[in-house]
Design a protein around this ligand. Sequence first.
Ligand code: SAM
Ligand code: ZN
Length: 370
Amino acid sequence: MRRSHFDLFRPNCPVCKRLFDRNSPLKLVHIFESERDQVIEGSLHCTDINCQSEFPILDGIPILVPNLRQFIADSSSGILSRQDLSPSTISLIGDCCGNDSWMGTTRQHLSSYAFDHYQDFEGKDPNAPVSSSIVGLLEKGLKDLSPLLRGPILDVGCSVGRTSFELAERFHTPVLGIDLNFSMLRCAHQILRERRIDYDLRRVGTVYDRISLPVQFENLDLVDFWICDAMALPFGEGISPFVNCLNVLDCVSSPVNLLISIARVMQFGGSILLSSPYDWSPSATPVEAWIGGHSQRSVNQGRSEAHLEQVLSTIGNLLNCKLTVQHQTNSNWRVRLHERCSVDYNCHLLSITKQASQGIEVHRQRNVLI
Ligand SMILES: C[S@@+](CC[C@H](N)C(=O)[O-])C[C@H]1O[C@@H](n2cnc3c(N)ncnc32)[C@H](O)[C@@H]1O
Ligand SMILES: [Zn+2]
């Protein structure tokens, strides 16, 4: 965790927020290991005497979730997994555990996302066009975005980090990538610390090949990665003028709470870049919480695009603001599963602005960044 990001984002205690709807600032109390601006191992404590919750910083990543005990228990395999074994030994352990184990699932996710995010660094020709589909999606979305106000950017559901690095490179402003997957953020964090990434790329079955790539971006010092629940962002209102949230909407238990949480931390005049293939699945989101994708006899005929606009209008009323879709288009997103299988999504890509509702006076500085 960068001290600079801690000072800038000023996280509040997620437990106080959930239990009492109170904003209690967190304090950096223990530093067991640090490197320059980065706290590698330590802990943050809630400053509210009635709460006193503690949140660990592990491998440079602070874990700021309301249900810490459950989260650590569920993520202990990732947190405690060994990083020192040879690719050959890891491969043998992978054969033993199989694909439906924790190890199998984690390796598959890292293989898919690290490949898409960083495959262009493998290319020997630096002038070859970018083939990362997430960079293509981001570029397409940024083209239609209104000029950005100055301020720190949140990259929600950043997984292995490529979009966070791209945003810092383009906008020269602090970027905080957040996700709930410790193994993915550890991969992203490796780039911050070592300027390289090591991951296993799935070839077939349980056969994976070790990929080790040097990865370089401008403004790496402006990027940090934290574990936070996007549906309960532990930040004050209006902290960010721009929130990037690509392909997360259909992965959370409550897409509406995700949108409320994002809209709350956004400045007035700010924008959200949102994309989703609306690949609804009850294993991620209960059907009642899907945005469209059911009840085709209703007014929206099950169309997620139309339902989303209604949800945005309702959230605007709830938060006393106006959430307006400025641009929308479609864009490809490809997730590689193994050498002979990829899934091609056609994502709905939208830029949404947050404006003050009429009658509410908002003081803001119009400081145009691009
Ligand atoms: C489908 S992946 C998309 C990753 C990346 N944005 C991309 O498009 O390549 C969804 C990501 O959202 C993260 N995620 C799911 N639920 C989350 C939550 N409640 N808070 C934060 N991140 C979450 C997952 O861990 C995963 O990295
Ligand atoms: Zn607290």
